[in-house]
Write a protein that binds this ligand. Structure first.
Ligand code: GAR
Length: 207
């Protein structure tokens, strides 16, 4: 039987994308398994779920600078990932910019999910930005991580209509439902070796 690809998840908050990925990993024939969860927030809901389900979980002190990551924490995460044989790192609501050793070593092997149709509405509160701008459609994007903020090559996008009576919460909820489909799909494609980065584009190779 083919070995499953080991993935590490980085999450700062409630962890619903982590749960969606964990659910997919339980499905028969899914080509990945979660080896490790990191959180920079000791209160994260993601940690509770990891503990309940027996996923190794580590709280990592990423340093005092909000939205950033100390070089030491990046090295430590890299070391742990390498030790556990992690081949893919998935950011799932991780509220810091990944840089340093972890990014260098996992370049092309690190994914992020963003709650907007990139390249629109990068950064924080993508759903509110879309609502405030007045777009008719928004959605979510799974992309490779590069050194920029939400700028890496795009793997999957899913579209959500914006309703006239939408609030930030109602739009976020519908986008989140699509996130929970998009992320497991992207990880499945990656783990099956079906993604090729070609400049800015990501080619999906036929099975
Ligand atoms: C998700 O909507 C994710 O797209 C977003 O944070 C939320 C995390 O939810 N990420 C970003 O905004 C990254 N810039 P979750 O903890 O329930 O997965």
């Amino acid at each position: 039987m083919k070995e499953k690809m080991k993935i590490a998840i980085l999450a700062s908050g409630r962890g619903s994308n982590f749960r969606a990925l964990a659910g997919a990993c339980q499905e028969e024939g899914y080509p990945a398994e979660i080896a490790l969860l990191f959180s920079d927030n000791a209160e994260a809901g993601a940690l509770v779920f990891a503990r309940e389900t027996g996923v190794e979980n580590i709280v990592i002190d990423c340093g005092p600078k909000r939205g950033s990551m100390s070089p030491e924490s990046s090295e430590e995460m890299y070391r742990l990932c390498r030790e556990r044989g992690v081949e893919l790192v998935c950011l799932a609501g991780f509220m810091r910019i990944v840089k340093g050793k972890l990014l260098e070593e996992y370049a092309g092997r690190m994914l992020n999910i963003h709650p907007a149709l990139l390249p629109s509405f990068k950064g924080l509160h993508g759903q509110k930005q879309a609502l405030d701008y007045g777009v008719r459609y928004s959605g979510c994007t799974v992309h490779f991580v590069d050194a920029g903020i939400d700028t890496g090559p795009i793997i999957i996008q899913k579209i959500v209509s914006v309703m006239e009576d939408d609030s930030e919460d109602s739009l976020s909820e519908r986008i989140l439902a699509e996130e929970h489909k998009a992320y497991p799909e992207a990880v499945r494609l990656y783990a099956a070796g079906r993604l090729r980065i070609d400049g800015r584009r990501v080619l999906i190779i036929d099975e």
